[in-house]
Design a protein around this ligand. Structure first.
Ligand code: NAD
Ligand code: MG
Length: 387
């Protein structure tokens, strides 16, 4: 039976690679709805190429233009577009490949409908935390991670009894500035920060990789996905990005997941689960690689990793505040309104100013997100004026 999929964020880095995986599936995977923020022309091209009849655009103007230009199907828009698109699409799996906390509503809509979620949008789990988990448990929907490290852990943990796992280890490439001290990061440019050594990804996650915030978000993501305590989640830097994750077991054995850095592998795993299908990546040639190296992360220089761990341990609205301040700061850095070291500084000060509250509802998250964005924007503006 073909599997019907909704692909959210289909015009992005993960979204386009997901469409490649779908093309290679010989009709086993069928996209029935696609979405993007504002690139309506690109989205319509994808809809035509894949025979999709429902699309959604988050941006109202883009949606209006798409409706005029494309009459072969339905264009969904408005603030609740994820609910309308997902609930009305008769699908088995939603791939959430939206970037940022804008993906939270889609995660909630998917799990609320009891539909399985292939999750690339780590921010929705960071922000929504226990509420997202509880919703999945209540409806019986499963979350299969697309993030490469978590996909690796999902595979490594599948055969283990929970009691025998002592530690999860996430690897980080270290990003383009690995080995540098703080003083050497003062003047780094956007182009330098966007030049990731091993992975080709969207702009926001590439900057998160350069600050190590990406790994911080992934620690929180792993905590919620696998129900693992923070002191049992370790991060090590591994510049070659061949080992994606490890689990340490109680008997002294450790299991590792290896592969070339290619997101089509975890995307395929999530969309075809529990089956495995061929993905056109070369066979892993360890002899050609020669050496795999590992080192501890430098959390003095890359403060974002420390800040994320602290916010995760604090819990409540703290991870939401951390994430919102990070999105504002990264956006400002990409527009040259904030220096590289200013990213961590803005996040830390936002967290200091806004004490964590309890997480009782998704509404409380939306409020915390908006409040943190306002504070972070003010801090960015103040730093820009002082510079
Ligand atoms: P991207 O910027 O390349 O694409 C983002 C997609 O989301 C686009 O289709 C865009 O139109 C859409 N979008 C952006 N803002 C939106 C909004 N406000 N509302 C609705 N749609 C919106 O990003 P990406 O690199 O593909 O990353 C997507 C997610 O996957 C992120 O959460 C990222 O952390 C995660 N992820 C990405 C990679 C990777 O290799 N790119 C790896 C692991 C995890
Ligand atoms: Mg990752």
């Amino acid at each position: 039976m073909p599997r019907r999929l909704v692909i959210l964020g289909s015009t992005g880095s993960i979204g386009t690679q997901a469409l490649e995986v779908i093309s290679a599936s010989n009709g086993e995977l069928v996209p029935v709805a696609l979405s993007a923020a504002s690139d309506w022309e690109g989205l319509i091209r994808q809809a035509i190429a894949y025979g999709v009849r429902r699309i959604a655009l988050a941006d109202a103007d883009a949606a209006a233009r798409a409706s005029e230009a494309w009459t072969d199907g339905e264009v969904v828009s408005g603030p609740d577009w994820p609910i309308e698109l997902i609930a009305g699409s008769d699908c088995e799996i939603v791939l959430n490949a939206i970037v940022g906390s804008a993906g939270l509503l889609a995660t909630v809509a998917t799990l609320g409908e009891g539909i399985h979620l292939a999750l690339a949008n780590k921010e929705s789990l960071v922000v929504g935390g226990e509420l997202v988990r509880q919703l999945a448990e209540a409806t019986g929907a499963t979350i299969i991670p697309v993030d490469s490290e978590h996909s690796a852990l999902h595979q490594l943990l599948a055969a283990e009894r929970p009691g025998s796992v002592e530690q999860l280890v996430l690897t980080a490439s270290g990003g383009p500035f690995r080995g540098r001290r703080r003083a050497e990061l003062v003047d780094v440019t956007v182009a330098q920060a966007l030049a990731h050594p091993t992975w080709s990804m969207g702009g926001k996650i590439t900057i998160d990789s350069a600050t190590l915030m990406n790994k911080g978000l992934e620690v929180i993501e792993a905590h919620h996905l696998f129900g693992t305590a923070y002191d049992q989640i370790e991060v090590i830097v591994h510049p070659q990005s061949i080992v994606h994750a490890l689990v340490r077991l109680c008997d002294g054995a450790s299991l590792a997941h290896l592969g070339y850095p290619d997101m089509r592998v975890p995307i395929s795993y999530a969309l075809h689960h529990p089956d495995r299908v061929d993905v056109p990546v070369g066979a892993l040639d360890l002899a050609a690689l020669g050496a795999l190296t590992f080192e501890p992360p430098d959390t003095d220089t890359f403060a974002c990793l420390r800040l994320a761990r602290e916010a995760g341990r604090t819990g409540g609205t703290a991870p939401c505040t951390l994430n919102a301040a990070n999105e504002v700061a990264v956006h400002a850095f990409l527009q040259d309104r904030l220096g590289f070291l200013g990213i961590a500084a803005v996040i830390e000060e936002t967290l200091d100013r806004l004490p964590a509250g309890d997480l009782h509802s998704f509404e409380s998250l939306i409020e915390a997100d908006a409040e943190a964005r306002a504070v972070a924007a003010e801090l960015v503006a103040r730093r820009a004026a002082a510079a």
